[in-house]
Each structure stands twice: as structure tokens, then as C-alpha cells.
Design a protein around this ligand. Structure first.
Ligand code: AMP
Ligand code: MG
Length: 425
């Protein structure tokens, strides 16, 4: 059978079980329906930070443009150095960064040179200044100061050759890329337009901050975590507020969100008991699949299309919202943004500092605190209570401890996979 191309076909596939959907499978299914944005815009490289490049960049010239010195020292001809003992050379000029020595050097001659200074014609090697002594009219180079020709010389084009591909479309633009573009003299680039994401919270019990709370009501925090998570990945945001569990109000909100954004995200309303009427509503407006993911927290999840917009229906519990966002939505949004390598955040192994109890069957994303042990090795422990409503567990954590579905109890000292919250670049 060929791969299903519509959500309806997908939901008829033999191995499709919406009530026990493995994490990897849900990711792969969603991935099939994602096509990157195609609209591009020209922006100054400063404004391009955290955007995705929409063109190929080739180097307009060699970088560096000339052979130059990697050290402060003396430029000379390797062949002039005595096989053993010191060598005395005549000083014929200076080469500063940005102010080259005009002439060439001949046999027995040297040029005082500084880091980044252009190598004079005829010189092939630089002796670092610590291995040479300046004498009147010249320099005395210590025995064995260099071991081979070409030492301490940076070659023209060793970073980038003229005409060589530098970046391809889909390259995320981080500080290093901005610097490289600047080093090529490029001040404007084409990037994909920003992704527009509309979101709202559902629930009769929710109040927005600034409103008084009656008994049993809670403040809507999901819109703020979503705001933060979406802003971090540079999406354009449409915050549509709280929508009560009233079919007409929800229908209006879904329709308005889908008409104004590339992606619609909701929280709440997809759990058993609530899903049925949301399901009926979304069946009318688009094609949406409701899954129970074999994970903890974050079991219910809906994915589909409402018109041209992608829809993610996240669970209502505050921790579940964050976990499902990071494990499904974030990567999907990155694909839509045009990222070439939109892989999930990598995991690495750390040793568990205290045992964890776990039932086999679901992938768990426990909130972890990663620290360096006395021996310098990374170790991790949980933040304590792992309830899906305990948002402080996310705040105190610096990583997820990812425990695969098949895993049961884990003993102290065992290696476990951790997924860091922070990235460097
Ligand atoms: P639900 O998925 O709608 O059944 O909600 C599950 C739990 O999460 C309930 O305790 C809700 O009150 C809570 N919850 C739902 N949405 C939010 C929200 N936006 N902010 C804070 N808590 C929420
Ligand atoms: Mg609800």
C-alpha cells in the first residue's frame, strides 16, 4: 500500500490505532502533512537572526582574501633557516593587519609581521616572536623555531573559496551565520516569511489575568507558556484569548483562527469527555484526528487541517501543554518555517542520581535537574512530583528525562536519556 496522502486515508490504515499512538509514530504521521512556507522576503542580516535562509549563498571571494599570518612574529623563507643552530636574517619591512609590506623578500630576508598581516611575496613561513630576537637591522631566529614550511601561515581561501557554496536554503541563521554573511560583504538576504500562529485556551473555568477569580476558577497560564515557546522560535503570534466550552463560540474561534494563521493551537478540550463535541465541530470545519499518545504527560493530542491551517489540539494541563509542544509542535513548526534540519532536540546520557518508578507502556518525559557530580560527570534527578498540573516542575527543571515506553523502574546509577531545555547558539 502506498503512503496515505490524506488524513482520512491515514485513519483507515491497518496499523493505525488512535487509542495507543507511539510518540515516534505520531511525529512521523504529522511530518507527512507538513510543507514548508514558500513566501520569502529580503531583510538586513541583523533582522535575519533566528530566521531561515530562503536562498543559496556562494562566496563572492576567497576568505581570507590573502595568505596571512596566524601569529605575531617574523615572515621568512623556510629554506633560509639553518638545519641546526640559529639563523640571522635582515629585516626589510613590516606587515601589519590591513597595512601590508609593499615589496617581496629575497634570500636571507625577513619581515616583521602581525596577526592577520598579509604574507609578503616570497615568504612562506612565520616564526612566532617568542622564538626570535630582534637585533639591529634584523632578527635572530632560534634553532628549531619552526618544524616545517608553511607554519603559522593562513592560506587565502582556507575558510571559504570564491564561488564555493556557503549556505543552502533552509539554513537557520544564528550568530555564526550572521558573522559569516558579514565577512562576505553581504548585507541583505532572502528569508522565509515568519510563520503566523493563532492560539486560544478552552475551558469554562479559565479566567484571564486581571479578572477576579470565583470559586473553582483558575487563571489561564497556557496562553503565556505558548506565547513564550512560540516567541522563542520566532513565530508571529495571534493570541485569541479564552474561549468558553460553548459550541458556537468555539466554532467561531476555530474559523477565525484558521482564516488568519498558518497554524492554530488550542489547549484543553481534547480529553475524554470533552473531545466528543470538539470532534464533531472540527469534523464540520476540517479534517482532524484525535489520538491518545502512549506518553506521560500529554496523552490526548489532536492534529489535523482546518482549511489551509494546521491544527494542534493540546491537552489542557499546563505541563502537558509544554511537553506536547516541545515533542510534537515545535519540530513541526520548524519544518513549516523551512528549517533544513528540523530534527527533534537531541538527547544524551546522564546517570540517574536517585531511582525512578515507572510502569512500562508509555514514553515518559519526567522533569529533571541535571548537575555535575563531584567526579565531574553529569547526573540527573527528577524535580519530585510529576503531576501534569504541576507547572513548577517545568520551572525547576533544566531538562526532560526521557524514559522509553518499554522501560520499567530505573535504578540509581543507571544511564538515562536527557533532553536539555537550553541550547547555546
Ligand atoms: P482539559 O484538558 O480541558 O480537561 O483540562 C485539564 C486540566 O487543565 C484542568 O484542570 C484545567 O483546568 C486545566 N487547564 C486547562 N486549560 C488551562 C489553561 N489554559 N491554563 C491553566 N490550566 C488549564
Ligand atoms: Mg477543559
Amino acid at each position: 500500500m502506498t503512503a496515505p496522502t490524506t488524513l482520512r486515508e491515514l485513519s483507515c490504515a491497518d496499523d493505525y490505532d488512535p487509542d495507543s499512538m507511539p510518540v515516534d509514530k505520531a511525529r512521523a504521521l504529522i511530518r507527512r502533512f507538513l510543507a514548508p512556507i514558500t513566501t520569502v522576503e529580503r531583510v538586513h542580516i541583523r533582522a535575519a537572526l533566528d530566521r531561515v535562509l530562503a536562498e543559496d549563498i556562494v562566496s563572492p571571494f576567497d576568505v581570507p582574501g590573502h595568505d596571512n599570518s596566524a601569529m605575531d612574529g617574523w615572515a621568512l623563507r623556510f629554506a633560509d633557516l639553518a638545519a641546526s643552530g640559529e639563523t640571522t636574517l635582515k629585516r626589510v619591512g613590516d606587515s601589519f593587519a590591513g597595512k601590508p609590506h609593499a615589496g617581496a623578500i629575497a634570500a636571507g630576508e625577513a619581515v616583521r609581521i602581525f596577526t592577520g598581516g598579509v604574507m609578503p611575496q616570497g615568504a612562506d613561513t612565520v616564526v612566532m616572536q617568542e622564538r626570535a630576537t630582534e637585533i639591529p637591522g634584523g632578527v635572530r631566529v632560534a634553532a628549531g623555531a619552526v618544524s616545517k614550511a608553511g607554519q603559522n601561515r593562513r592560506l587565502a581561501g582556507e575558510d571559504l573559496k570564491r564561488g564555493a557554496p556557503v549556505f543552502g536554503a533552509g539554513q537557520p541563521l544564528r550568530p555564526a551565520e550572521l558573522g559569516m554573511l558579514a565577512s562576505l560583504g553581504i548585507n541583505e538576504v532572502s528569508v522565509y516569511r515568519r510563520l503566523r500562529v493563532a492560539f486560544f485556551s478552552t475551558g469554562d473555568e479559565l479566567r484571564s489575568i486581571g479578572q477576579p477569580l470565583a470559586a473553582g476558577e483558575v487563571y489561564d497560564s497556557n496562553r503565556y507558556t505558548l506565547y513564550g515557546m512560540l516567541t522563542r522560535i520566532n513565530c508571529e503570534i495571534v493570541d485569541m484569548g479564552v474561549v468558553p466550552d460553548v459550541p458556537e463560540a468555539l466554532e467561531r474561534a476555530f474559523a477565525a483562527a484558521a482564516a488568519s494563521a498558518d497554524v492554530v493551537i488550542t489547549s484543553g478540550g481534547v480529553s475524554v469527555g470533552e473531545a466528543d463535541f470538539v470532534k464533531a465541530l472540527l469534523d464540520k470545519l476540517g479534517e482532524v484526528l484525535f489520538w491518545k499518545i502512549a506518553m506521560k504527560p500529554g496523552r490526548p493530542l489532536a492534529y489535523g487541517k482546518i482549511g489551509a491551517a494546521h491544527f494542534f489540539g493540546l491537552p489542557g494541563n499546563p505541563v502537558s501543554v509544554m511537553v506536547t509542544f516541545y515533542e510534537f509542535v515545535r519540530d513541526a513548526l520548524r519544518v513549516l518555517q523551512g528549517h533544513r534540519d528540523a530534527e527533534p532536540q537531541p538527547t544524551f546520557k546522564a546517570l540517574l542520581a536517585a531511582p525512578i518508578r515507572k510502569m512500562p507502556g508509555r514514553t515518559e518525559f519526567q522533569r529533571g535537574i541535571l548537575t555535575r557530580g563531584a567526579d565531574g560527570a553529569w547526573q540527573v534527578r527528577t524535580t519530585g512530583d510529576q503531576g501534569s498540573g504541576i507547572l513548577s516542575s517545568m520551572s525547576r527543571a533544566n531538562c526532560f528525562i526521557v524514559l522509553p515506553a518499554a522501560t520499567g523502574d530505573v535504578t540509581a546509577g543507571s544511564p538515562v536519556e536527557v533532553q536539555l531545555f537550553e541550547g547555546l547558539l
